[in-house]
Design a protein around this ligand. Structure first.
Ligand SMILES: [Zn+2]
Length: 201
């Protein structure tokens, strides 16, 4: 997600059930063409998966040890855009404005946030899952893991996570004792519910 604008890639070595991430400056693309018109036929489940992938990127880039004010700012904006435009794109697949902002969230913001920070638990857990079970979409694997990871890390960065998820869980105050709230509410939120409904495996 956002690979078009960053120096990361993933390699699937199916015979070894191994799916490592690689990062080199030479991976930066010279050009990238992101055309919303090419995405209107993207199935609803894939639209959900890539959007959740973007959301996962920014949750981790804003809460890892390399997190910084820029990655946190991008995370807040990505979450806002995904929460606003994902339902719109799912109900109106031809809505180019919704597709545009999801593309913007995933490629520009998610990708750049990743490039200016790093990732942690959800990715470390998801890659082995989809390495062993290649038919598991990356974004779906992340969506399954995200609520539990947020619950585990919430107490360490409550203010940052509350600011990212405020559009999904408005009552968050950014205090460690509310770690259970985002877990319960994010896992039953409209975004995650839509993903589960569109699950194909
Ligand atoms: Zn990803």
């Amino acid at each position: 997600m956002g690979t078009e604008v960053n120096r990361f890639a993933v390699v699937s070595i199916s015979e070894k059930e191994y799916k490592p991430a690689i990062a080199y400056d030479c991976i930066y693309p010279m050009y990238s063409i992101d055309d919303t018109a090419l995405m209107v036929k993207l199935p609803t489940y894939q639209t959900s998966y890539v959007s959740v992938d973007a959301l996962n990127h920014v949750v981790e880039t804003a809460t890892c040890k390399a997190a910084n004010p820029f990655s946190i700012l991008l995370a807040q904006e990505t979450a806002r855009l995904v929460v606003k435009y994902l339902p719109q794109a799912l109900t109106h697949p031809n809505d180019l404005m919704a597709r545009y902002y999801l593309l913007y969230a995933s490629l520009i913001i998610g990708g750049i946030a990743f490039d200016n920070s790093l990732l942690h638990f959800t990715y470390a857990l998801e890659h082995p899952l989809s390495a062993v079970k290649p038919e598991l979409s990356h974004g779906l694997g992340l969506g399954i893991l995200l609520p539990a990871v947020v619950k585990q890390i919430y107490a360490a960065t409550p203010e940052v996570l509350a600011s990212i998820f405020s559009t999904i869980v408005p009552e968050l105050k950014g205090v460690p004792s509310e770690a259970e709230k985002p877990y319960m509410l994010i896992s039953t939120s409209r975004t995650i519910n839509r993903i589960n409904k569109n699950t194909i495996i």
